[in-house]
Design a protein around this ligand. Structure first.
Ligand SMILES: NCC[C@H](CC(=O)O)[C@@H](CN)CCC(=O)O
Ligand SMILES: [Zn+2]
Length: 338
């Protein structure tokens, strides 16, 4: 053996091993917990495709979130799941004053003033066609069963909804629609409403047309009624396109840049940290990733806690400092055990 061959001496003790993480360790405040808000006030509905997650009515939120806030929950991202509201072509229910996420914003800001409230901004949960933007009546020139997005109207509509959420008390709006120009439109909307200094803008910048959104679409009833989202979510292999989207959103006024999904896109997370070094990089461990980790543990392939750490730590190593994850409640316990 040569002197330069020996590495084991640096990792023989657990504390030595913890020091090898270059200071990039998981903390509770890095986690944002995605929650589904139903328009049935007393709902507490199990979501079969998303183990351990439920759709919650307003009357159940205090009981659900209170214990998590006590354990150190710092942030949530709200997704509205209107089961009874009318859905139309422009997603009018998205910013109707009675819509679940606006009601939840008013309630949660009173119940938990310290909790950071982020709201997802999109139309797909509220449109009759289930797409994330406003569609034109023109058929798509390329593919008949694909939607044709109306660019300006979509960006303006998303901005309208984002401003409504900021007015209702959102600390951060997160547009997951992927419409071109929506970041600039939202920022201008917040500025005109006098809210740009008290509502952050977390852009889903590099969001891919992934196969990993199924359980979410189940939970939120937000699957497209025809075609798919390939003409507005990034192609999975589009690494340079992702860099362009990241840099575009940074220029258009985003405060935080997100990559989504996470595990199959660690290279994009690292690109985001490298190409927009002055913006925090967030990543979303999406429903399909979460369900995959849970399913593997149930099959006995690995331990659930071990794999939840191994996957999320890889995202932090790649450069993420904010993680949207359905494992958040468990991490509030697991990080206390460490
Ligand atoms: N606005 C689109 C919703 C979107 C995926 C999709 O349905 O295309 C995500 C929510 N922001 C899904 C998140 C998840 O799968 O956990
Ligand atoms: Zn959408």
């Amino acid at each position: 053996l040569d002197v330069s061959s020996i590495l084991h001496g640096g990792i023989h003790h657990p504390t030595l091993r913890s020091w090898q993480s270059n200071g990039r360790n998981l903390t509770k405040s890095m986690f944002i917990y995605p929650i589904f808000i139903s328009d049935d006030p007393d709902a507490e509905e199990v979501i079969s495709s998303l183990p351990g997650q439920k759709r919650w009515g307003l009357n159940k939120l205090e009981g659900f979130l209170g214990p998590l806030v006590k354990k150190g929950l710092k942030g949530v991202i709200l997704f509205g799941v209107p089961m009874k509201m009318e859905k139309d072509a422009r997603g009018s229910a998205a910013d109707d004053p009675s819509t679940p996420v606006i009601q939840a914003l008013h309630l949660l800001s009173k119940l938990f003033p310290q909790l950071m409230l982020t709201v997802d901004v999109c139309l797909c949960e509220y449109t009759s066609h289930g797409h994330c933007g406003i569609l034109s009546s023109l058929p798509n020139p390329g593919h008949s069963n694909q939607p044709t997005i109306e660019m300006e109207p979509s960006a303006q509509r998303i901005a309208e909804v984002a401003v409504a959420y900021a007015k209702a008390g959102a600390h951060c709006v997160a547009p997951s629609d992927m419409m071109d120009g929506r970041i600039r439109a939202i920022k201008l909307g917040l500025m005109h409403a006098g809210l740009a200094n008290r509502c952050a803008l977390m852009s889903y910048s590099a969001k891919f047309a992934s196969g990993l959104y199924g359980p979410f679409r189940d939970a939120a009833g937000s699957a497209p009624s025809f075609g798919n989202r390939k003409c507005y979510q990034l192609p999975p292999n589009g690494r340079s396109l992702a860099r362009r989207a990241i840099q575009r959103d940074a220029r258009e006024g985003a405060d935080i840049l997100m990559v989504k999904p996470s595990l199959p896109y660690l290279d994009i997370i690292s690109d985001c940290a490298q190409y927009a070094p002055d913006h925090p990089t967030a990543c979303y461990q999406v429903s399909g990733e979460y369900a995959m980790v849970v399913a593997g543990a149930e099959k006995g392939i690995y331990g659930l806690k071990e794999m939840a750490f191994e996957t999320t730590e890889s995202m932090v190593r790649a450069g993420a400092s904010i993680i949207l994850s359905y494992f958040t409640p468990q991490f509030l316990d697991w990080l206390d055990e460490e």
